[in-house]
Design a protein around this ligand. Structure first.
Ligand code: BMA
Length: 319
């Protein structure tokens, strides 16, 4: 993928003070992205100097120049959860049957869980519930039911990095009939030890193309002495049976190279989390010639923008 000339498109300087919780923000990264009423929207992960995370919306006419709202996203109902929630972060946004769903990570004493919220207008947000019962992250919903079920990809956290964070090396396909209760269907891909994607997790939600479900994921190479390197790759799943992986990139398609990706709060990270496809056909398939904007967290510090096309991404699944 190619970096946009204006990347990074958002940094801490773009975050307004939001009293009292978020003053002099330290970083902004890993945004969810969606097109809504001809505007580009990002749901940003913003960190305060207490190192708490908050979700904040940003809006743009062109997908490049964003104005950040001076309001923290409030998922109404989340306050009814009895257990302590330390952070919510890494939103992935999907439109399913006219409703916008947001799946996000929730750090709790029992580990990381996947929370689900919804909105119709990106002003009022409702918390629907916790959708997991094990340590898990990187949940992304498919934009439509397949064979009568809602589907998502998720990544159980069954390994621990040297720095204490939990991770995993298998992306699973899960199904549900109500979006809240999920059961695993099949493992999709495993980490490839010794190579770029040893630990893996979904990036933005998958996109429907005539050739299959196109999905960008992240891979972590952990075999370097002093740091984990977060990169991006891409795969294609069968349209009618998404438990079948048709192809998967052997090389990464984006890796930390620019200074803002190499240095920051967590060095050596590109973490794609939002993807906007410009053009779909009348049946909802992404056009191969369509331009694609991929929003990613860089070094857990700022937001980068990479540009590509559907055709190029499909080609890259065989790189
Ligand atoms: C992952 C997640 C991401 C983060 C990345 C790099 O495990 O926590 O939110 O961007 O690590 O720190």
């Amino acid at each position: 993928m190619n970096r946009h000339a204006k990347s990074p498109i958002l940094s801490r300087n773009d975050i307004p003070d939001i009293y009292p919780q978020l003053v002099d923000a330290t970083s902004v990264f890993n945004p969810g992205a969606i097109k809504f009423e001809d505007k580009y929207l990002l749901m940003l992960r913003v960190q305060s100097r207490s190192r708490e995370t908050f979700m904040v919306m940003a809006e743009s006419q062109d997908g490049i120049n964003f104005k950040v709202e001076d309001k923290i996203v409030d998922f109404k109902g989340i306050e009814n959860i009895k257990e302590k929630i330390y952070h919510i972060y890494d939103a992935r946004i999907s439109k399913i049957e006219g409703i916008y769903y947001i799946m996000f990570a929730m750090d709790m004493d029992a580990g990381c869980q996947l929370g689900l919220g919804k909105t119709l207008d990106f002003k009022n947000f409702e918390f629907l519930g916790i959708t997991s019962n094990e340590d898990i992250r990187n949940g992304v919903l498919f934009p439509e039911k397949v064979n009568g079920n809602y589907l998502r990809m998720d990544r159980p956290n069954r390994s621990r990095h040297d720095n204490g964070t939990t991770s995993g090396s298998t992306i699973w396909l899960s199904k549900s009939n109500n979006l809240l209760d999920w059961e695993p269907v099949a493992p999709l891909i495993d980490g490839r030890f010794h190579y770029w994607d040893e630990f893996i997790g979904s990036g933005p939600p998958p996109v429907k193309t005539r050739k299959g479900w196109l999905h960008i994921y992240h891979g972590v190479a952990g075999h370097f002495g002093s740091s984990n390197i977060y990169q991006a790759g891409v795969m294609l799943l069968d349209l009618h049976d998404p438990s079948k992986v048709l192809s998967r990139s052997w090389c990464n398609i984006l890796e930390p190279r620019e200074l803002y990706e190499l240095a920051g709060q967590v060095p050596n990270v590109v973490f794609p989390s939002g993807m906007i496809v410009m053009d779909y056909d009348s049946e909802g398939f992404a056009l191969e010639e369509s331009e694609v904007y991929v929003y990613y967290g860089a070094a857990d510090t700022c937001v980068g923008l990479a540009v590509t096309t559907i055709a190029k991404l499909i080609e890259d699944t065989n790189n």
